[in-house]
Design a protein around this ligand. Structure first.
Ligand SMILES: *Cc1c(COP(=O)(O)O)cnc(C)c1O
Length: 636
């Protein structure tokens, strides 16, 4: 225990590997954040942020947003494109957009627009409500607004209105019928649209989002359809409106080779269309820039085998090479990176509110008279120590337990006999586990012991609200204690949430360079909070959560760094989480009526004399107080 140090903690939790320079473990055993890529000396101690949150009386769980990380990511992508475009003597510009579906929070969109302003960074929308948001929040006339997704007449009308407001709004045609709707509308309104064409790519991406490309993709136009669109535009004397070629082969692209292949295909298509006389100015390579969630730098689904710089280089040099060969001008480059812009900037911090140990409940196992033979057998095994081979002890224990279960069902074993048997069974398993030499060859079955004996840490959050992708698609997200990282974590545990759903748990953990079913954490101390962070939740997880068990949105804490402030940070804003009342109202409950009904029942008991009047008032107030309060567990 004494020789544990933060290097071992780093080895175990891999904070530097997935932290992208923003997260590390400090000498004091606390998670440290370096939120501004331009100010590497400004570090925030996460424990200090947590302490300040507590001192302001804010309850966990909370989403903590580091706005400087968001700004840094926007600056990094723009500057990397800028640098490589200059290096390659590339003739076009970079005109990136942020796809708001990745995180539509107003504060996030505003911060991105603000940080992106010097680069004319724009927004992308994929639905009508998103379009309404981007119309209001992208008021930079030099920044692009890219409009993807399926469109109806209202969507198209709003987009044309945007053109009238002198915004660079590009309507990306996903299917031919959208064009047939757009042409008469544009003529009627007397507006020249900027049109994009989304190509259904032939390259097949891999990973969780592979179905975004290929012949059966839901989105985009085949080459034949693209040519029909061109023909149709020519007929209408609108070919000059075709400005952009778009593709998006999937999110979280883990293998750089797929990106190169897609860039090749897209650039070739662009060049051929330009040669056909289509006056395209932009090539939009979509999203897909991955995040190394598990820190392995591999092609695993939760990782990526390339850096942002390599990604950008492959795009810039790849497009340049093909355009030069085909002798067409270099297009302006658009990318729609969402995940990479937002994933790092937010995390969920919460507390562990309890521990469930499989071997934790002890029942008095002392022998009693007329004990059943099965209990006696288990007791003998229990006191046999290591006379037997571990495998043999394990097999016997498992056999006795099975027999006892059968006997119980037949009414042969009493409740207390079952309790004794069970207690001894778990003690034997724990004993075997301790006797196993970690490094020696272990028998397959015994490997499961670690899993069977792991504790469950009950964590004050909902997987369905805060980490939907860990449940839905097996995404790995880093989970790390906020402090005590200079102490050896001696409890193997898995993290379960407070929903009444057995799927409400994290089932994959980063342990070194492996993915495990459980993870070492520190033992809980009486009277002391144990805070853990679920990191890299800023993309999708933040906004995709659902209402399972009516937990609703978390309290949000917005943190900015500032080197004049103590601890180099200040909390700029706290947005309270959804109250029980609000959550119930979204399910059509009338909470006033509910409060009134409960009050009526209380009053009835007061009249009958089974509740004192003052007590009645207190309970009425308490019910109303809980309605206005948080949906999560309140920890005293
Ligand atoms: C979802 C989506 C994106 C964002 O992809 P990321 O992998 O998060 O960068 C970009 N473009 C389109 C068309 C999308 O549907």
């Amino acid at each position: 225990m004494s020789d544990w140090n933060i290097d071992q903690a780093e080895e175990l939790y891999g904070v530097n590997r997935w932290g992208a320079g923003y997260f590390s473990i400090g000498e004091n055993g606390n998670i440290q954040i370096r939120p501004n890529h331009r100010l590497p000396d400004v570090t925030i101690d996460m424990k200090e942020v947590v302490d300040e949150i507590i001192s302001e009386g804010i309850q966990f769980p909370a989403v903590i947003r580091f706005h400087d990380i968001l700004r840094s990511q926007v600056e990094i992508i723009n500057e990397t494109f800028g640098k490589l475009i200059a290096d390659a003597n590339y003739q076009g510009q970079y005109c990136g957009v942020f796809p708001i579906k990745v995180n539509q929070m107003r504060e996030v969109v505003e911060e991105i627009m603000d940080a992106g302003e010097p680069y004319n960074y724009g927004l992308e929308a994929g639905s009508k409500p998103e379009l309404m948001a981007v119309m209001a929040y992208n008021d930079n006339p030099d920044a692009l607004t890219i409009l993807n997704g399926y469109k109806d007449k209202d969507y198209l009308t709003l987009a044309l209105l945007g053109r009238q407001l002198k915004r660079k709004m590009i309507i990306v045609i996903e299917k031919f019928s959208e064009l047939e709707m757009l042409i008469p509308l544009a003529k009627q309104m007397g507006v020249e649209p900027m049109i994009g064409l989304r190509s259904k790519m032939m390259v097949k991406s891999s990973g969780k989002w592979a179905s975004s490309s290929g012949d059966r993709a839901k989105f985009g136009l085949s080459i034949a359809e693209i040519l029909n669109v061109i023909e149709r535009l020519r007929e209408e004397d609108m070919l000059h409106c075709a400005k952009l070629l778009h593709f998006h082969i999937g999110s979280q692209l883990s293998d750089i080779r797929k990106i190169k292949e897609a860039v090749n295909e897209g650039a070739r298509l662009y060049a051929k269309l330009v040669q056909e006389g289509v006056p395209l100015e932009y090539l939009d390579i979509g999203g897909g820039l991955g995040i190394d969630y598990d820190g392995t730098s591999t092609t695993s689904d939760s990782s990526r085998n390339y850096s942002t710089e390599e990604y950008v280089a492959d795009v810039v040099w790849g497009v340049k090479q093909i355009c030069d060969l085909e002798q067409v001008p270099h297009p302006n480059l658009v990318s729609e990176s969402g995940r990479a812009m937002t994933a790092h900037h937010s995390c969920v911090v919460t507390n562990i509110v309890g521990e469930m140990k499989p071997a934790g409940t002890q029942f008095d196992i002392s022998a009693s008279e007329n004990e059943h033979i099965l209990v006696k057998n288990m007791r003998e095994l229990h006191s046999s120590g290591d006379q037997f081979h571990p495998q043999e002890r394990y097999n016997d224990a498992a056999g006795y337990k099975q027999n006892a279960y059968e006997a119980f069902k037949l009414g042969i074993l009493s409740l207390s006999e079952m309790a004794k048997l069970d207690t001894m069974y778990w003690q034997i398993l724990t004993d075997i586990h301790h006797s196993l030499d970690k490094d020696s060859y272990v028998i397959q079955e015994l490997e499961e012991l670690e899993d069977m004996l792991a504790s469950q840490y009950l964590c004050n959050f909902s997987v369905f609200q805060s980490a939907a992708d860990t449940w839905a698609i097996g995404q790995v997200l880093p989970v790390v204690p906020i402090s005590r990282l200079n102490e050896q974590p001696e409890v193997r545990c898995s993290i379960v949430d407070i929903t009444c759903d057995s799927d409400g748990k994290l089932s994959k953990y980063i342990e070194g360079t492996e993915i495990s079913d459980n993870i070492p954490m520190h033992s809980l101390r009486k009277g002391e909070d144990y805070h853990v962070g679920l990191f890299l939740t800023g993309a999708y997880q933040d906004v995709m959560g659902d209402m399972h068990n009516l937990f609703g949105r978390l309290t949000e804490v917005h943190v900015y760094c500032h080197d004049d402030e103590p601890g180099d940070f200040y909390i700029e804003e706290v947005v309270p989480g959804t109250s029980a009342e609000k959550v119930l109202q979204t399910m059509q409950y009338n909470t006033e009526y509910m409060a009134k009904t409960v009050k009526k029942q209380i009053d009835r008991q007061v009249r009958k004399g089974s509740l004192a009047p003052r007590e009645g008032v207190r309970w009425t107030n308490f019910y109303e107080h809980c309605l206005a309060g948080s949906t999560y567990l309140r920890v005293e």
